[in-house]
Write a protein that binds this ligand. Sequence first.
Ligand SMILES: [Ca+2]
Ligand SMILES: [Ca+2]
Ligand SMILES: [Ca+2]
Ligand SMILES: [Ca+2]
Length: 278
Amino acid sequence: MHKWTIGCFLLAFAALSVAPMAHANEVRDSNATIDGGEFGLVYKCGFGPRNTVVLDGDLTDLAWGAAPWHFVDHKTGTAPAPNDDNASLQFAAVADDEWLYIAIDVTDDEIQNTEDPAADVWKDDSVEIYIDADDGGTDVYDTAKGKWDTQISIGAENFGGDVDAPSLGGSGDGAGVGTRAAVVETATGYIVEAAVPLDSPDKWDFALEDGMVIGFNIHMNDDDDGGERDNKLIWSANDVDDQSWQNPSRFADLEFVSAFLAVDPAEKVATTWAALKR
Ligand SMILES: [Ca+2]
Ligand SMILES: [Ca+2]
Ligand SMILES: [Ca+2]
Ligand SMILES: [Ca+2]
């Protein structure tokens, strides 16, 4: 082999080595105790009385370790970002007897959280959790109990805020559902660790069963330079035009699966995930 040929190979190899790590959308469930569902269509949420997590923005809770995660890359949404470091996210959900917990681990290179609070937080760095209580998929928001549709907007304005009384926004009375949330800044963005009540007066009162489905979606708003939103990422494959805020037919699904995802603290058993899976 000629020296220049070897040189070309080495150059090509070097170029590959320094290329930024790129991830495509994926369901990350290789460490999970249940299968994770299908990206953009259905998230499988393990429920059980012991799947409680602590709302502190720290995702080392056992249940998060055993839950599937869905990774949304920078290209997936109506206003894609240049790369995953600029905007991307992964999320998971688990439920106990009282709460539907949702963790959103956001990657964002520039935090903007001081201009647009609460109802306007979609113009700052924020995430949105969508719920359609009866999975009705109507093209306008239902306001009947048991069919209620809502958009719960949670902004980075909540860094260091009151977990039990976060500043929230969103249509379908997103601020009035009773959501609690810890929002913390990280080295690569921020984490939202939220809890939506299974019993929200006048909206829904879920009795979870294996196979029960609700409408569900996750959005991320990314503002990097103040003013208007720069990037918009969307998990639901049905929401091709960013209409979830007023049209539940754009939501995807969350399916509840009976699953033991955490150790009962009362039993003080030092059980690891590997042991639980046996
Ligand atoms: Ca936690
Ligand atoms: Ca960004
Ligand atoms: Ca509905
Ligand atoms: Ca940002």
